[in-house]
Design a protein around this ligand. Sequence first.
Ligand SMILES: NC(=O)c1ccc[n+]([C@@H]2O[C@H](COP(=O)([O-])OP(=O)(O)OC[C@H]3O[C@@H](n4cnc5c(N)ncnc54)[C@H](OP(=O)(O)O)[C@@H]3O)[C@@H](O)[C@H]2O)c1
Length: 285
Amino acid sequence: MKEENSVTSIPEITLNDGLKLPAVGFGTYKLNGASGVNTIVGAIDTGYRLLDSAFNYENEGALGEAIRRSSVPREQIIVTSKLPGRHHKYDEALATIQESLFRSGLDYYDLYLIHWPNPSKDLYVEAWQALIDAQKWGLIRSIGVCNFLPDHLQRLIKETGVTPSINQVELHPYFSQEKQLVFDKEHGIVTESWSPLGRANKLLNDETIKEIADAHQKSIPQIILRWHVQLGALPLPKSSSPKRQLENLSLFDFSLSDKEMQTIGKLSHPAGRTFDQDPARYEEF
Ligand SMILES: NC(=O)c1ccc[n+]([C@@H]2O[C@H](COP(=O)([O-])OP(=O)(O)OC[C@H]3O[C@@H](n4cnc5c(N)ncnc54)[C@H](OP(=O)(O)O)[C@@H]3O)[C@@H](O)[C@H]2O)c1
């Protein structure tokens, strides 16, 4: 790996409602309290302009504080939060969005996503209606979902006429979401990748990816994140280390060949989810 990493300019992705996002964002799961604030301020200083949080991460307060402490103006940062599964009922969803804002001390979120569809409860359309209205009232700039399968998305579109801007799903080389990516793309939905590094499991020691990394003089995480970008997915790596934050953003001075993309794609397998969280069965509240 080369010693120096540099953040050359980060390309932008335009959502179906016109909002522009940088092609890589920053995950904040487990970044809480004062140390979380410091880590997030560091990430903003390093160059991240898209931050991913959730009501259930219990760090919307740290997120808002980090934004206020950073030297970057609020309007230059895309801030994301998510609606928890226990508040899908319309009135509760609206109150939760307002509570998310109070916790962060922000006037609006750029992105607000339904965290899980929880199909057995059958309330996600109601939750979606609340997001649509909150967007109309100016509390949220862009609305989307996480962990939605094609039939969940089709139902939202059919029953409300509003297509999500984002679908954030588990995506990494061991679970490449080929069909979901095609579905999202066909419907004008941008796919964001959660756990893009497989939450640092054995993926980060994969021999096949290491060979490609050595050939490019890049690290394994850089090859994985570059693979996401070329796939057309937007990765949200989390790191508490300034050095790794910079490494994860330094992806735009090299590219992978079609053959390398295919070689990495072949590592995917149906049981490749990190924690077996299939949204058809797995629910989170
Ligand atoms: N919508 C959803 O349902 C959902 C679910 C899960 C996650 N998410 C979002 O997605 C974000 C990312 O996912 P994640 O946090 O699960 O996992 P991840 O980003 O795939 O992996 C994070 C782990 O990788 C390590 N790491 C990061 N960069 C590295 C590097 N360059 N070299 C070596 N190790 C590195 C981190 O350690 P250090 O911190 O020590 O660097 C941490 O242990 C979350 O933070 C959250 O915002 C969303």
